[in-house]
Write a protein that binds this ligand. Structure first.
Ligand SMILES: NC(=O)C1=CN([C@@H]2O[C@H](COP(=O)(O)OP(=O)(O)OC[C@H]3O[C@@H](n4cnc5c(N)ncnc54)[C@H](OP(=O)(O)O)[C@@H]3O)[C@@H](O)[C@H]2O)[C@@H](O)CC1
Ligand SMILES: Nc1ncnc2c1ncn2[C@@H]1O[C@H](COP(=O)(O)OP(=O)(O)O)[C@@H](O)[C@H]1O
Ligand SMILES: [K+]
Length: 480
């Protein structure tokens, strides 16, 4: 599990740890880890040209101490202080003592740099880059240098992943002690490049559970349902899919395709696309409806390609089993009806659907994904999986960590891939996973399947994603 903590929490943990250590220890640990990553990226440190963009806080201090370590190994290191009277004094002394210098002409050194360390702001930064930093950031980006962000890409918000103005796009980010939510959530995530975590000993001082976490293979493997000797198809769980319409029969087929790969013992399809479903999947049980007469299920999925059918959505929500609501099912959704349900509800909107539910613009949701998913979960008293470039899963209880899916790929932005996801997640619900686990595991497998299907960059169809879920499942269970 990868955990992320908010800036204020990190500051408290740092203060507790620092009180037990000689002064400057933490910054030296951070700088040593940072310098090691830079050396790795440079390959050859001796003779390399390194430029430090140095802000007025400790983030600049980290850059200066790391610069000093690189200078001692023979790199030519130049510092560009953004607030010259307020540069970290100890860091500057260390740099000059190691043979580094303050640049006379920042743009000249940036033009020929091999590596630029972005130490403008870390967890103390607010808002986008200030105007004096913008031309330097652009010059760095316009050079051939590798850009390494210290703790966070400057201009991004540590706690939310929002970018309120201009930010410096890094090739790699070296973060300290714990991930910051912004490093895992778009749009800030895309500015971070490859993220490396340096352990500075904060672990015991950070709260567990964290506010945000990202599952890894072994976490997903532990959650995957597995049949036992006692299993039969009913005990494994039956998932009911209420999807598709005369106009959109394909959505039903894709949702069933996802559901067949999600671990339930049987998939019961209910709706107007039964012929299309059975033609493709003879193993599906089909029924023309209504859902209450279709037979028992342990979870329902309602919505993909359904068209306008508020009665069927209401009927499904009246059931006593977990319900996943997606796509067209989200449109008629009333918060009170969802809040009053006795069983779990999992809503799976994309940004446009989330925006409609919240009464804000799509752009607002995309700019503030974490706040949006939390707000929806609180308003509906439901688990919410917000799809998109970063998929987030929030629980109605705000003290449960929000899950961020690290496995997405933009190749999944293809018509119908959301239908596959909803079937997959519904199947996991029927197999007995809780709503947050079902959502997070489905997003993970779906992302991995999308990556596998796309290989080294081949457009994929949603069917191919569904077909690749089995392989993803196997790899999660037995990596390597
Ligand atoms: N504490 C520890 O033990 C450890 C801390 N560590 C490191 O310290 C970092 C946190 O340091 P920090 O608290 O000094 O804040 P930091 O991110 O350097 O920047 C704040 C300064 O920037 C300014 N500023 C604000 N917004 C701005 C903007 N948009 N554009 C430009 N400038 C802006 C603002 O100044 P202002 O001008 O507003 O007075 C403020 O003074 C952390 O991320 C990690 O790298 C590690 O060494 C591990 C041990
Ligand atoms: N840029 C992106 N990066 C990663 N995943 C994406 C991106 N855009 C879309 N996706 C994923 O693709 C799927 C699209 O779902 P959705 O928007 O419901 O499409 P549809 O309605 O066509 O099925 C979701 O799982 C979403 O997270
Ligand atoms: K930075």
């Amino acid at each position: 599990m990868r955990s992320a903590h908010h800036a204020e929490t990190v500051r408290h943990a740092e203060a507790e740890l620092m009180a037990r250590l000689p002064e400057g220890t933490l910054m030296r640990r951070a700088a040593a880890g940072l310098a090691a990553v830079c050396a790795d990226l440079l390959g050859r440190v001796y003779g390399a040209r390194v430029v430090l963009l140095v802000g007025s806080g400790d983030n600049g201090g980290d850059a200066l101490y790391a610069g000093a370590l690189l200078a001692r190994r023979g790199a030519g290191v130049s510092a560009v202080p953004l607030a010259p009277g307020r540069t970290h004094a100890g860091g500057l002394a260390a740099l000059t003592g190691a043979g580094g210098r303050v640049a006379d002409d920042p743009f000249a050194v940036l033009a020929t740099a091999d590596l630029v360390l972005d130490g403008i702001t870390g967890i103390g930064g607010r808002g986008g880059l200030r105007p004096d930093a913008v031309p330097l950031a652009r010059a760095a980006r316009g050079s051939d240098a590798v850009i390494v962000a210290v703790d966070l890409p400057s201009g991004t918000e540590a706690d939310s992943g929002e970018v309120r103005g201009e930010a410096l796009r890094a090739d790699a980010t070296v973060t300290f002690g714990t991930y910051k939510p912004g490093l895992l959530i778009d749009p800030a995530h895309t500015y971070a490049g490859t993220v490396r975590l340096v352990d500075i000993g904060l672990g015991p001082y950070l709260p567990d559970p964290p506010p945000l976490e990202a599952l890894q293979h072994q976490d997903v493997a532990r959650l995957l349902p597995e049949p036992s000797g006692e299993s039969d198809k009913y005990r494994r769980g039956v998932v009911g899919i209420v999807a598709g319409s005369a106009r959109y029969p394909g959505a039903a087929v894709l949702a069933v395709a996802g559901a067949l790969r999600g671990g339930a013992g049987a998939v019961r399809y209910v709706g107007h696309a039964a012929d299309a479903v059975i033609a493709r999947f003879p193993e599906a049980l089909v029924h023309s409806g209504p859902p209450a007469r279709a037979g028992q299920v342990q979870a329902w999925v309602v919505g993909p390609g359904l068209g306008d059918d508020p009665d069927v959505v209401r009927e499904v929500l009246e059931s006593r089993v977990p319900v996943l609501v997606d796509a067209d099912g989200l449109r008629p959704l009333d918060p009170a009806t969802v809040r009053d349900r006795g069983a779990a509800t999992l809503l799976t909107p994309h940004a446009g659907e989330a925006a409609a539910l919240l009464g804000v613009s799509r752009g607002r949701v995309e700019a503030a994904r974490l706040a949006s998913v939390r707000e929806l979960a609180a308003r509906f008293g439901a688990t919410v999986l917000l799809k998109g470039s970063t998929t987030l899963v929030a629980s109605p209880d705000g003290s449960v960590p929000v899950r961020v899916n690290p496995m997405g790929t933009p190749w999944l932005a293809t018509a119908g891939s959301g239908d596959v996801l909803s079937g997959l997640a519904g199947s996991l619900l029927a197999a007995g996973l809780g709503a947050a686990d079902a959502g997070a595991v489905a997003a993970y497998l779906h992302g991995l399947a999308g990556r596998d299907a796309a290989g080294r960059g081949v457009p994929v169809t949603s069917f191919e994603v569904a077909d690749a879920v089995g392989g993803a499942w196997g790899r999660v269970r037995s990596p390597g």
